[in-house]
Design a protein around this ligand. Structure first.
Ligand code: CS2
Ligand code: MN
Length: 409
């Protein structure tokens, strides 16, 4: 398993030099400055590769750009509206440019309107550090009383609506404003201060799009893009919905193993793969992560290893981002399945046997608390997560291959 780390580019507070010290082996990055729907120019791709290859003082970092996360799919493609056909042409062109530069793995998602959603970006945990949290009651409060989405209360259990009402009544306008800002943080363009009317406008666009329709739009996208990916040697991998249950009345199609099964079957190619994100999928009690790794392993091109602690046994409920070995997903079992999958690929003589993973998010601990990086992406919290995951991998590989063979790898 290849140890990778997300880098948001030269503006990221956590730089290439930090990654070298964290023992990272490869970089996950994206050209965030290029507008969704436009072609990623070859020069920009090569420039980013150059930035990754060297440390601040010009010495080689030894790192390469292993995974693109994300090459975003436009809202037009998801809705099949406006310029969606042009955007698909551009998407294929970007893939060709990435392949020219030698990049083989491309992560993306197909969540309408939202990327990830939390209600608290700095929830204090018992040890004094902070992490991101999703509080179902706060989310209902936002949906029903702040966004005032029509019929929103029908989407929540009665006791949740009642608790949300009580909280709302005791809330100051500043508290409500802070909650709204946290919730919309993961929305595209949110950094430029999205208003509630903007959110309502985005949501209304999906009024006429059912779950089946969205799934068909996804399959149409894949039917165009996957043959190209296959031809040029790119492995596409779709990130799951985060959290993996219905939100804001939007259709959601990548929340469970059954959802993945439908998509993988509809466009049955090794280039049509998945990003198994244990933090996203693990927020739902009926997602069996080690089992998914075992059953879908062949198509897992990228792993996000992160843990969540669920605070409820319902499908939709509150959770927070726990320490990597501290949440409800059995990380040792999951990594063991990933290592077995790698062993199967190696035995079959596959070149792509190695599965890249990243520690995904981390908690804010120690100096992270005063040196605020992008929410979820602190240096020390992620380094701690990576080190713990690396420890498990090393111990399991040792056991799996026997000491002598392990030492020869
Ligand atoms: C990431 C996602 O920060 C995160 O939670 O896992 O934002 C991810 O990059 C996208 O959903 C992938 O398209
Ligand atoms: Mn993830």
């Amino acid at each position: 398993m290849r140890q990778t780390w997300r880098w948001f580019g030269p503006k990221d507070l956590v730089g290439i030099d930090d990654m070298c010290q964290a023992g990272v082996e490869g970089v996950v990055s994206a050209l965030h400055h290029i507008e969704t729907g436009a072609v990623w120019p070859v020069e920009e791709i090569l420039k980013r590769q150059g930035e990754i290859a060297s440390m601040r003082d010009g010495r080689p970092s030894g790192l390469t750009w292993d995974v693109v996360e994300s090459l975003p799919v436009s809202e037009d493609i998801k809705k099949q509206k406006g310029n969606w056909r042009d955007h698909i042409v551009a998407y294929k062109q970007s893939l060709r440019h990435l392949a020219t530069a030698g990049i083989e793995i491309v992560c993306y998602n197909f969540m309408p309107v939202l990327d990830w959603t939390r209600t608290d970006l700095a929830y204090r945990v018992a040890h004094g550090g902070t992490c991101m949290r999703f509080d179902y009651v706060d989310f209902a409060l936002f949906d029903i009383f702040i966004l005032e989405r029509p019929c929103a209360s029908d989407d929540f259990p009665e006791d949740v609506v009642e608790d949300a009402r009580k909280r709302w009544q005791g809330m100051t306008p500043d508290d409500a404003d802070a909650l709204a800002r946290n919730v919309v943080f993961g929305l595209p363009g949110a950094a430029d201060h999205m208003t509630m009317d903007d959110v309502r406008r985005h949501l209304a666009e999906y009024d006429a799009i059912s779950t089946d329709r969205l799934r068909q739009n996804f399959i149409d996208f894949l039917s165009e893009v996957i043959p190209v990916a296959e031809e040029i040697g790119i492995r596409m991998c779709c990130h799951p919905d985060d959290p993996p249950f219905a939100l804001l009345g939007l259709p959601r199609i990548m929340s469970t193993e059954a959802d993945y099964g439908k998509i993988l079957k509809a466009v049955d190619s090794p280039a049509n793969g998945i990003t198994l994100c244990s933090g996203s999928l693990g927020a739902r009690p009926d997602n069996d992560l080690p089992g998914m790794m075992r059953r879908l392993g062949d198509r897992v091109h990228f792993l996000h290893l992160r843990n969540v602690h669920r605070e409820s046994s319902s499908i939709a409920g509150s959770f927070y981002e726990a320490e990597h070995l501290g949440g409800d997903t059995d990380m040792v079992a999951l990594i063991a399945e990933a290592l077995k999958e790698e062993a199967r690929r190696k035995a079959a003589g596959r070149k792509d046997w190695s599965i890249p993973f990243r520690p995904d998010h981390g908690q804010d601990i120690l100096d992270d608390l005063t040196r605020k990086a992008q929410p979820g992406y602190p240096s020390i919290g992620r380094l701690k997560g990576l080190a713990e995951l690396r420890g498990i991998m090393t111990a399991l590989s040792h056991q799996q291959w026997g000491l002598e063979e392990y030492q020869q790898r």
